[in-house]
Design a protein around this ligand. Structure first.
Ligand code: 13P
Ligand code: SF4
Length: 379
C-alpha cells in the first residue's frame, strides 16, 4: 500500500524576540571552544560536581566529544535516544543531566517524574519537534481516528500524549512490522524520510506527516554516488532520517548506536558516514586507523545549514554543563497530566525493546540488527 503525503509544517520560522531564524539563534548560542587549560579545569570541576551531587550524565553521540567522554568515564551513558531513555529510567540517581536536545530531557522526565532532569541549554530543540506543533498534530489525528498513532521520539511531550506508540530510529521498523502484522493502519509523524523508509520495508499502510531533520535532509544522493566511486573500499553508513536517494545506497542503515556497532563489527578499511558528524568521535575511537568520510551535502553556508552538524546538539558545551551543575538551573518540567498520558506510548516501546532483547540470543543480536537495518532482514 502507498504512503500518502500529508502535512508539511515549516520549522525554520523567524523568532519574534530576536528576529533571527531558529538555527541562526542556535548557532549564536553555541559555547566558545575553551583553551586547553580551561578545558582541563572545566572537566575536572564537572567530574567533581557530578560526584558531589550524585548526578549522572546521559549524553547523545552528536554532542561535543568531551561531554561524551565525561559521561562514560563518570558512570553515565553515551548512546542513541532509545538507550538514553532506558538508561535514565533505570538508573538510581535522582539527578540526570541530559546532554542532547529537549525531547531527550522531556522523555527522561516523563519516564521518571520524581527525578530532577537538567539540561545544559533548554533551548536546544530539533527541527522535527519544531515542525510538528501539538495543536496541528491533534487536528490531524482527529481526522484519522481509525489509525494507530506512531510518533518518533523527536517530538514534544504534548505530541507524545496523543500517540499510541513512540519509536526511535533503533526500533521503529520492528514496531511498525509488529503493528502491520496485526492489521493496523498507521498515522506516522513527524519524519517523512524515516516514515517512508519504514513504509517501504514493511509494506504497512502509513499516512505520513512531512517533517524532516535539517541535518540529514541535506545529504545528496547524486554526489554520494560520485563519492562511492572515489572510495570503492568504503562501507556506506546511513541514518534513516536521510533522503531516499541516500538510504538507497547504504550498506548499513540504522540508529546512531547501530551505525557505531557496524563500524566495530566491520573489517572495511573506510566508511562514508551519512549522519551528524558528532558521531565520528565515537567511530574513530572504535576503529582507530580507519578512514571516515563525511557523506556529501550542499556545502557550508553562512548559517551552516549543510555542515552535517546539528546546531541544537552543538549548544551543549562544557561551560553550560558546569553552570547547571553549579546552580541547578535549566531544569526540565513537563505538565504532570501531559506526562501521564505521554508515558503510555514510551512504556510500550521500552517493553517491546525489552521483549525483543530477551528473545534474541546475545551473540546473534548484532547480526540480526545489521540485517534488519540494512533492509535485508524480514520485511
Ligand atoms: P538516534 O536515536 O539514532 O540516536 O537518533 C536521534 C536523532 O536525533 C538523530 O538525528
Ligand atoms: Fe533533530 Fe536532526 Fe538535530 Fe537529530 S540531528 S536532534 S533529528 S535536528
Amino acid at each position: 500500500m502507498q504512503a500518502t503525503a500529508t502535512k508539511v509544517v515549516e520549522f525554520e520560522r523567524p523568532q519574534m524576540e530576536t528576529g533571527g531564524s531558529c538555527t541562526a539563534n542556535a548557532w549564536a548560542k553555541v559555547p566558545a571552544t575553551p583553551s586547553p587549560e580551561e578545558r582541563a579545569q572545566l572537566k575536572a570541576r564537572i567530574r567533581q560536581l557530578l560526584k558531589e551531587k550524585q548526578a549522572v550524565l546521559v549524553a547523545h553521540y552528536y554532542v561535543d566529544g568531551d561531554l561524551q567522554d565525561l559521561a562514560e568515564e563518570t558512570g553515565g551513558c553515551v548512546s542513541d535516544s532509545l538507550e538514553m531513555a532506558r538508561f535514565g529510567r533505570d538508573h538510581a540517581a535522582q539527578t540526570l543531566v541530559v546532554a542532547g536536545v529537549r525531547f531527550m530531557g522531556e522523555t527522561a522526565k516523563i519516564l521518571s517524574p520524581e527525578k530532577r532532569i537538567l539540561m545544559p541549554d533548554l533551548e536546544a530543540t530539533c527541527s522535527l519537534d519544531l515542525g510538528c506543533p501539538a495543536d496541528e498534530f491533534a487536528a490531524f489525528c482527529d481526522q484519522h481516528p481509525d489509525r494507530t498513532v506512531v510518533v518518533y521520539a523527536n517530538t514534544s511531550a504534548a505530541v507524545k500524549a496523543r500517540a499510541d506508540w513512540m519509536v526511535t530510529s533503533g526500533i521503529g521498523l520492528e514496531i511498525v512490522q509488529h503493528l502491520h502484522a496485526q492489521g493496523k493502519k498507521i498515522l506516522w509523524a513527524p519524519d517523512k524520510h524515516l516514515g517512508s523508509y519504514i513504509q517501504k520495508q514493511t509494506g504497512a499502510d502509513m499516512l505520513l506527516w512531512q517533517g524532516s531533520c535539517l541535518v540529514h535532509d541535506e545529504f545528496k544522493g547524486v554526489e554520494l554516488e560520485l563519492m562511492r566511486a572515489e572510495h570503492p573500499d568504503a562501507l556506506v553508513l546511513v541514518h534513516p532520517e536521510s533522503p531516499e536517494a541516500v538510504v538507497a545506497q547504504a550498506d548499513v542503515i540504522g540508529s546512531t548506536s547501530q551505525l557505531i556497532a557496524a563500524v566495530q563489527a566491520s573489517d572495511a578499511p573506510a566508511f562514508i558516514v551519512a549522519t551528524d558528524n558528532g558521531i565520528l568521535h565515537k567511530m574513530r575511537a572504535a576503529a582507530p586507523g580507519k578512514r571516515f568520510i563525511d557523506a556529501p551535502t550542499a556545502g557550508n553556508s553562512a548559517t551552516c545549514k549543510s555542515c552535517a552538524h546539528c546546531p541544537w546538539m552543538a549548544m551543549n558545551g562544557l561551560q553550560n554543563l558546569l553552570h547547571v551543575l553549579e546552580t541547578g538551573a535549566n531544569e526540565i518540567h513537563v505538565d504532570p497530566a501531559v506526562g501521564k498520558q505521554a508515558v503510555v506510548c514510551i512504556d510500550r516501546m521500552l517493553d517491546f525493546a525489552a521483549q525483543r532483547k530477551a528473545k534474541v540470543r546475545p551473540s546473534a543480536r548484532l547480526e540480526d540488527e545489521q540485517q534488519l537495518f540494512a533492509g535485508i532482514g524480514p520485511a
